[in-house]
Design a protein around this ligand. Sequence first.
Ligand SMILES: [Fe+2]
Length: 570
Amino acid sequence: MATLTTNLFHGQGERDHRLDVVEGQWPADVDGSVYVVGPDKRGPGGHWFGEQGLVERIRMRPDAEGRVVVEHRRVATVVDGLRRRHPRLFAKVQFMELSPFGVSNFANTNVAAIDGRLFLGYDAGRPVEIDPETLEHLTPVGANDEWLQSAPGLLEPLCAVAAHPAVDVEDRSMYFVNYSQLSAAGVERETWLARWDLEGAVQRWRVVGMSPYDSIHDVKATEHHLVISDLPFVVEPDGFRGAPRTIRNQTHTSLWIVPKSDLDAAPPGATVQATEVRLPMPSGHVLVDRDEPGGLVRVVLQHMPLADLMVSIGPATRDHRNGALIDAEYEGMVALAVQPSVIGRYLIDPVTGRVHEAEVVHDDERLWGGILTTTDLHRVDARRHQRQLWYAGCGFDPDLVPQPWWDLYGDAADGLVDPAQLPQQAVPGALARIDLESMKVAEVWAYEDGAFPSPPTFVPRTGSDRPDDGYVLVVVHRDGDKELQLFDAQHLELGPVARATAAGFHPGLLLHSTWMADRIGPRRSSYSVPVRRDVVGAVRGIPGVLRSMARMVRDLRRERTSGGAAVERP
Ligand SMILES: [Fe+2]
């Protein structure tokens, strides 16, 4: 019987909670809120990522009775409203949803804060802005015709924009990667870097010099460069009909580095050249230092060896060891927790792509199943140079290694631990502090009985501007009532400084998070894309989208004729 909690996907939607501090003392030197976003799942089934976004706001200052207030609101986009009124027009295909309005933008993956404003990301849709106070949906970023479109729709044509933008606080702008999400394998994708100054038009430059990739999920900005990272995310055409995967994920990470000055030098619409870097092991997310001492870019990668976001536990998924059906309560969970958590640090020459230093850190005894990381991105000095990272994971459960994963990776030689040598006992979920200077696991706080923390969020100490000075907040998922735990960021091994919970506190497992200071006064912008403008932009894009889809079909046919593997990405 599996150890990991089954209390993953029984979410409660838009329910609010007031949590009692049941142990320790909630510190007085915190303020603002932690925002978490994720799929609004109300029960197991389907894919973890396949629901409209739900935003969880955790107010860091307790209310007058000393309770911690947690609110949940759906991301109420225009299409979300149309789905409620006309559900028959919508159909789920794996984790995506299709309708005449396009590919629904679930806005359920990432949350980013800048300038008192809050933005949600979703790889198969445009970023959207929500109000950090009311949590209301405000506007998409950029009208449909400001983005490259990959599939037609009347309101939400598929605009693939990596869920993680580069939030450039110093330049007061955001950078996005927008790319063609449907293509034949081996064909160079149309990929664009977009810059948005938080108002007005989205400006785009076409990036050239990129080898074929599966998908792009993350981009980050140094003082002078943009660093794009790819994400292994293979969807085979037959997968849409429920067929098992036949192609495993890639064994490397591709990075592409583009000088910001190239965007200044070329008009929007022009092409810019990327420097490509290839590193061993695929990655989920990328971090960079803003500083570039000696002209080198320091990159930190959250690697994900042998993980596969498209291997999801379904109703007929079996344990690879004995053929036993895996408990239906885990339906929707993806194969993330199959290796130790590993972080890589690299010093790269952005001009030549030469890797000057490469180091990885992992702890095969104590840290498995890494899901999400957090760092201090709130202080200038911390952004200039990232010194520490907190990594939370769900551990390893030998009873939750699905047969479809084993079929693809059972003989893989590019993991950290040989699949044949996977632990026979469960490794508990844990929160760890990783020292990015010494590349050591500095501290680990482990959870028993199948509990695990996710996501972790760095919360700066009020009144301090020292890098990494503050707390790490985690949501602990476990059987029964869940809880919040707040740790001193430098002393995880002392245990949480405060725990807060309440009867009936059962939020579902969400995804990324961020801390943000309270906004003082009204929203500082009137930016908004009118729906009418959006519809016009969508319709105007249809001929171009149909042309590129015809090209893709031609490429796929050509590949099939020549015996190559045809791969379609989401
Ligand atoms: Fe992500």
